[in-house]
Design a binder for this molecule. Structure first.
Ligand SMILES: Nc1nc2c(c(=O)[nH]1)N[C@H]1C(S)=C(S)[C@@H](COP(=O)(O)O)O[C@H]1N2
Ligand SMILES: [Mo]
Length: 527
């Protein structure tokens, strides 16, 4: 079993080290993990996001490692009896890693190499260690003794599985050497990886964002009510939710970054580098982003000030016309460096809203986790149909001709953000004193705007909450209601109405296929 573990460890360590020279996505655990993510049905993925939150990727990778440990133990035992078969078993895992890596989107011809080299190393380790465990020459029957000192015939049963006389010293030395060598490879891989990361960080540090041609108006003074427990009006980058399928965050070098705009109805295809993008007139806008996977009452929403290039202007420059002006393409497919595809309606992107290619978030270049160097942001659409991070390609096509990543996985093509409201304070099951309790939270209805928020206690009448000052229709609004709380257990409920006059529905729906509905409610205890 120890041999099996060492073989597995050396295989992974060598593969990680080699993957640094290819690309981080080619590492077997990342590649297999990515393949699993892509094949996970929407419902299961949603469950994982709901249960593990941003830790879902860690849980997946630990799961893969745990499975590998089990197989390594089993292979170790098998090798004791069948040395060649056991060693070949390691190669089978290598093959799985290599195939997964080779079929990742955007994989190059070298992507299979880390798994292959790692597996060869692991197989060799297992073969050699098993050799040390084999009995030395014909051993006298008397040496085979059962642990309980029983007779030789019972001991003989264990002869092939646990030879009493093996090259103990040779095994210990070989195992030690393998452990040390693998640890060395793992450390070298880590070292190289962190210097790569440092290089990427340095490339981000060189970015100087130009001043916008069109600034966002200052945040109205009353937009943030400053109530304890309510999420701040502007979400700091470090607290901004993160939802994506990337098991290793892409770290793009701005110097080599290019964006291509091409496809149906594009009369002047464009290829832009980062400098060319920044030469255009930039706009600065506050926009609230929300994820379709957000549960009612959930926290996958954040508000930031984005700096970017208006997307409609860029598309017009390329000769694109929206369908309402006779353009042949109704879908804009955004592709990221990690092969993710997101599709937005061309009509929406060009209807005058502040759809943009964002380069700045809250006054700094985009963080790597949020799409450095360039991402899309379209007010009013859920992230999965608009907010492509690590963008590298924009293709004009039709919804009939092409299904993007999430659409292939049961999610809707068309996904405007649904009007929602959330109670941030009091927290569920809070113990409160009778008297005035401030019930407060946020509400959003991007691009329509929030008109009204109401709260009710138990089955009582709906009471009007006080809304914070509106920033713009693309941002969320805080609200507060002073509740004269009387003793007892109470259920607080909230509902928002948008500026089209639509009140959010009470009907509960899950997040698949186009966003959860229902009202957020919180039960509290007043004593
Ligand atoms: N390349 C890439 N872009 C992506 C995704 C992704 O998985 N890969 N996820 C999308 C989803 S579902 C959402 S909600 C937003 C989230 O953006 P954030 O992580 O910056 O909050 O990014 C979108 N852009
Ligand atoms: Mo999302």
């Amino acid at each position: 079993m120890l041999s099996g573990l060492l073989a597995g460890f050396s295989a992974l360590a060598v593969a990680e080290l080699v993957s640094v020279t290819v690309r981080p996505e080619a590492s077997p655990v990342t590649a297999v993990g990515g393949a699993v993510v892509d094949r996970t049905p929407a419902g299961v993925k949603d469950f994982a996001i709901r249960t593990f939150g941003s830790q879902d990727k860690l849980v997946l990778q630990l799961g893969i490692l745990a499975l590998l440990v089990l197989f390594a133990l089993a292979l170790g035992l098998l090798t004791l009896r069948r040395r060649r078969t056991g060693a070949a078993g390691v190669l089978v895992f290598g093959l799985a890693g290599a195939l997964s890596a080779a079929e990742r989107p955007d994989a190059g011809p070298l992507d299979a190499v880390p798994s292959a080299v790692g597996a060869l190393a692991g197989a060799a380790v297992l073969y050699v260690l098993a050799g040390r465990l084999a009995r030395r020459g014909p051993s006298p029957a008397g040496e085979i003794t059962a642990p309980d000192g029983g007779d030789a015939s019972r001991g003989a049963a264990t002869r092939s599985a646990a030879p009493a006389s093996f090259d103990r010293r040779g095994f210990t030395l070989a195992a030690g050497a393998v452990a040390a060598g693998s640890a060395g490879a793992a450390l070298a891989g880590r070292g190289l990886n962190s210097s790569r990361r440092a290089e990427a960080a340095a490339s981000r540090a060189t970015v100087e964002l130009p001043a916008p041609a069109s600034r966002a108006a200052p945040v109205p003074r009353g937009a943030d009510l400053g109530i304890d427990g309510v999420e701040p009006f502007t979400t700091p980058n470090k607290d901004f939710y993160r939802v994506d399928t990337a098991l290793t965050v892409p770290r793009v070098d701005v110097g080599t970054w290019r964006l291509r705009i091409h496809g149906r109805g594009v009369s002047r295809p464009l290829t832009l580098d980062f400098g060319a993008l920044l030469e255009r007139k930039l706009i600065e806008r506050r926009i609230t982003l929300t994820c379709v996977s957000n549960q009612v009452g959930g926290s996958y929403a954040g508000n930031a000030v984005w700096l970017g290039v208006p997307l409609a202007g860029l598309l017009r420059e390329a000769g694109v016309r929206p369908p309402s002006r006779g353009g042949p393409a109704d879908q804009l497919v955004a592709r990221s460096v990690d092969g993710m595809t997101l599709g937005s309606p061309v009509e929406t992107v060009m209807d005058g809203r502040d759809a943009m290619l964002a380069v700045g978030m809250n006054g700094e270049p985009l963080p790597f986790t949020h799409g450095f160097p360039v991402r899309m942001v379209v007010p009013g659409l859920y992230g999965y149909v608009s907010a492509c991070k690590w963008l590298r390609d924009l293709e004009l096509t039709t919804f009939d001709d092409y299904d993007v990543y999430w659409v292939k996985r049961d999610w809707a093509r068309d996904a405007p953000v649904k009007t929602q409201s959330r109670i941030d304070t009091p927290r569920p099951l809070a113990s409160l004193k009778p008297g005035t309790v401030r019930v407060a939270g946020v509400a959003w209805a991007q691009h329509r705007g929030v008109e009204r928020v109401e709260v009710r206690v138990d089955d009582g009448p709906w009471r009007m909450a006080r809304l914070a000052e509106e920033d713009n229709r693309d941002t969320w609004r805080q609200w507060v209601w002073e509740w004269p709380a009387a003793s007892g257990s109470h259920r607080l409920q909230v509902r928002a109405t948008d500026k089209d006059g639509e009140t959010q529905t009470a009907e509960r729906a899950g997040t698949v296929p186009d966003g959860a509905t229902g009202r957020h409610s919180v039960v509290v205890d007043v004593t």
